[in-house]
Design a protein. Structure first.
Ligand code: G3P
Length: 478
């Protein structure tokens, strides 16, 4: 069936022997847009085998050559930004301009991995024994970083290309091979991205991409004995994976409930524009989106008015028209968001706009006077709905932030830098942004979550290091 996109194994595009496919539903039309292969467990076994063999040779390939191929893949990816962005528009309803930005950012990320990799991996350590009591200078220790082996990369639907390359780039420069399981929504964009690596001429089997049903190959992949590291970005599934995975390094980023704390002295226009950008870009479907505003009562009315005025200007509609607010990824996601909105309604939240939904398209909604007994005070809507909780002290804000199961990022708005630093120190999150909305980038910055937000730290440098292990060789002098 020529309509089904092939999967990538052993340097070739293949049909699955299952004869089955998985449909990708366009969130805007809610009709099937593309189909991908439903790979089998045997096909996964094959991919793991060849990934293991390919990695051995790749680890011996000079670092500068690995870097050269990555630079080539980055350039090819950027050349093909238009068709890849089009897939993102159709598969995940990402606004057209943001879709192009995602691909360009991905090319830059790959190049940066190559540059960073040659530096940090091209340097080791040399130790002598005589610094430890009782030792003569009779042992020299050479320390280097070696690859882990086969990395399993599982990115989420919201950045199927960028959050795939943020795993692929570090893995490959560090001498690992890589098996990619893209999200179903976004799989075709990911397959196109993989094709750019194919065109760049990477060795056969070094990168593979298997598509299919989570129920068939999900656990099989994550529990596969051939996997030496899992890098996962997504939701609760990550917690289940971490319980089932073997004794291998895990890198996980599992969402957030990023708080925006607003103090009385803040620049309220800056606050409002960051709340709107942070809360509503890609319709709130970012783990780093502002997901709760904690504003001091004395400035709350002013902040809510300013945000309302900006929300009124957001365009709502199809991603092809580059609207600000586009349909959320699936019907079940829209239903979940609606559930949170209805719960807040029953419990007396103030609706700053009328709640409106057509299919998967939900109009942007600001909920004021949200209280801690409402689900939306704690849960992650992953949609264009933003709760405002009015606070009477900074401590109250910090307490709400730290009582969350999540601890990804947070932000604080104030002109007092000393206060900002003290609040940052008190907020138990992986990152705190002062006077700007949370964001993962620039992509070489460390990116990590506390509690249910994840394990390990990402960002280009940290990911490269995380995807290696230490090897020592000790020279014993006569
Ligand atoms: O939702 C995934 C997360 O990595 C967000 O990235 O660039 O939108 O802050 P970004």
């Amino acid at each position: 069936d020529g309509d089904v996109f092939k999967y990538y194994s052993d340097g070739e595009w293949k049909k699955s022997s299952s004869g089955k496919s998985v449909s990708i539903i366009n969130p805007t039309t809610r009709k099937p847009q593309y189909k991908v292969q439903a790979c089998t467990q045997e096909e996964v076994n094959k991919v793991m085998d060849i990934a293991k063999t390919a990695q051995k040779a790749w680890a011996k390939t000079p670092l500068w050559k690995r870097a050269e191929l990555l630079h080539k893949a980055a350039a090819i990816l950027k050349e093909h930004k238009a068709p890849i962005a089009e897939c993102l528009v159709k598969e995940i309803a990402k606004p057209a301009k943001d879709a192009v930005t995602e691909v360009v950012r991905s090319g830059d990320l790959i190049s940066y991995c190559a540059e960073e990799g040659v530096r940090i991996l091209g340097e080791g350590k040399f130790l002598t024994s005589d610094s430890f009591p009782g030792n003569e200078r009779s042992k020299y220790c050479l320390v280097s970083k070696i690859p882990l082996g086969v990395i399993l990369a599982i990115p989420p639907f919201n950045y199927p290309v960028n959050l795939a390359v943020s795993k692929i780039g570090p893995a490959l420069i560090a001498g690992n091979s890589l098996v990619l399981k893209p999200p179903t929504q976004g799989a075709v964009a990911a397959l196109h991205m993989v094709h750019c690596f194919h065109l760049a001429g990477f060795p056969k089997g070094l990168i593979s991409c298997v598509t299919g049903k989570g129920s068939e190959i999900g656990d099989f992949l994550t529990m596969h004995p051939g996997v030496n590291c899992i890098s996962f970005t997504g939701g609760d599934t990550g917690i289940a994976i971490s319980k089932k995975a073997g004794m291998i390094p895990l890198q996980m980023e599992l969402g957030g409930k990023d708080a925006c704390i607003v103090l009385e002295d803040a620049d309220l226009d800056l606050v409002a524009s960051n709340i709107v950008k942070g809360g509503f870009s890609y319709s709130g479907q970012r783990c780093t989106a502002v997901k709760v505003v904690l504003v001091m009562e004395s400035v709350a009315d002013a902040v809510v008015e300013k945000v309302k005025a900006k929300v009124a200007k957001l365009t709502v509609g199809p991603p092809e028209d580059d609207c600000d607010i586009t349909p959320v990824v699936s019907e079940s996601s829209a239903n979940f968001i609606e559930g949170l909105v209805m719960d807040a309604k029953t419990k007396g939240a103030t609706f700053c706009q009328e709640y409106k939904r057509e299919g998967n398209l939900i109009w942007p909604l600001l909920l004021d006077h949200v209280r801690p007994d409402m689900r939306i005070a704690w849960e992650e809507p992953f949609g264009p709905v933003l709760p405002v909780i009015r606070i009477n002290s900074v401590e109250e804000g910090i307490h709400h932030c730290n009582a969350s199961n999540f601890g990804l990022q947070g932000c604080v708005f104030t002109k007092d830098i000393n206060k900002a630093i003290m609040i940052s120190d008190a907020m138990e999150t992986g990152t705190v942004q002062i006077n700007s909305a949370p964001a993962r980038g620039p992509d070489h910055f460390p990116f990590q979550g506390l509690r249910d937000s994840g394990i390990g730290s990402q960002g280009i440098t940290n990911s490269i290091t995380m995807m290696t292990k230490i090897k020592s060789t000790v020279i014993n002098l006569p």
